[in-house]
Design a protein around this ligand. Structure first.
Ligand code: MEV
Length: 316
């Protein structure tokens, strides 16, 4: 059984995080240059069915069976074996490396699940179709986040910009122009499960107001979707900035994120907002070509070199 390498991209939510959990639409883009990589190789002399996991970035170097049940690698292996009806695995080593920051709004848990599922199923000689990989990654997400909308696993599985709505599924979005984004890490990582729970709590405590904000986010997403399709950077920027105001009204921003947003706008970004679960994690700025070097440099400084550029291209 030869060794196998697979990888999965990160993601950024362009518009609509949190509201998507409550039935509104949302738009996500893949971050193809930020990836989780999984290498699986046989361990010839080890007893059967022993899977050893090494993930230096996650401080993991142990048997799979000793990992916590909410670990995406543990769940992805379990669900992949169950999908393939395999009870006895050949012993192997799983090495996980990443250029994607963990627990910071960029879909790392979905990327871990997708890369592990693809690498293991191919290692075992039964590569799974993308629909199955996506379904398994969604199940993994339910162990980790409790109540995921499904947008993260979907964009990471298909690696294309898409519009997602829980009741309707997803549609790929072909950008009508090229959009430049700069992302920067606020340096604080917050659990998505907790931020999703905090919105649910607000819907209990102030249902009218909370629901009105979610509905407005849904409207902003529709406006942004059309702008994305039309290649209309200015209108997309208005939608992103409005979305940030609405997310802040749900207490999902943080001082660190607010500071990065201010830095991005002062350096000339057309828009800046939190992305993903919020209350920490990454900020996403939309930037015209001419302002890209300055916005990038300013965000690099403000985030201690944890900024990067992602470009979504019109493929013609
Ligand atoms: C996390 O990337 C996006 C959230 O909307 C949660 C979800 O959709 O599952 C906050």
């Amino acid at each position: 059984m030869p060794a196998m390498n697979q990888s999965a991209c990160g993601k950024a939510i362009l518009l609509g995080e949190h509201a998507v959990v409550h039935g509104e639409g949302a738009i996500a883009i893949p971050l193809s240059n930020k990836r989780v990589k999984v290498h699986v190789e046989p361990k010839i002399l080890a007893p059967d069915s022993k899977i050893h996991v090494i993930a230096p970035d996650l401080d993991i170097n142990q048997e799979l069976s000793d990992l916590p049940k909410q670990n995406p690698i543990f769940q992805a292996v379990r669900l992949t074996l169950s999908e393939l009806n395999i009870t006895q695995t050949p012993s192997c080593k799983l090495l996980v490396t990443s250029t994607l920051a963990f627990s910071s709004g960029l879909g790392s848990s979905a990327a871990l699940a997708v890369a592990t599922t693809k690498a293991l199923s191919e290692f075992l000689g039964h590569p799974l179709p993308v629909e199955t990989v996506n379904r398994i990654a969604y199940e993994c997400e339910t162990y980790i986040h409790g109540n995921p909308s499904g947008i993260d696993n979907t964009v990471v599985s298909y690696e294309k910009p898409l519009y997602f709505q829980k009741s309707q599924g997803f549609e790929f979005l072909h950008p009508g122009g090229t959009f430049n984004f700069v992302l920067a890490d606020s340096g604080t990582s917050k659990s998505t499960q907790e931020s999703v729970a905090s919105v649910a709590q607000q819907l209990v405590e102030r249902p009218m107001e909370g629901q009105a904000i979610l509905t407005q986010i849904g409207q902003v997403v529709e406006q942004g979707k059309q702008a994305f399709l039309d290649g209309d950077t200015k209108t997309l920027a208005i939608a992103m900035n409005h979305n940030q105001q609405l997310l802040a009204a749900l207490e999902l921003s943080s001082p660190g994120l607010d500071q990065l947003i201010k830095t991005a706008r002062e350096a000339g970004a057309l828009a800046a907002k939190l992305t993903g679960g919020g209350r920490g994690g990454h900020m996403l700025a939309l930037v015209e070509d001419s302002k890209l070097p300055l916005v990038y440099e300013s965000l690099q400084q403000a985030s201690s070199d944890r900024a990067f550029i992602a470009i979504v291209r019109n493929q013609g």
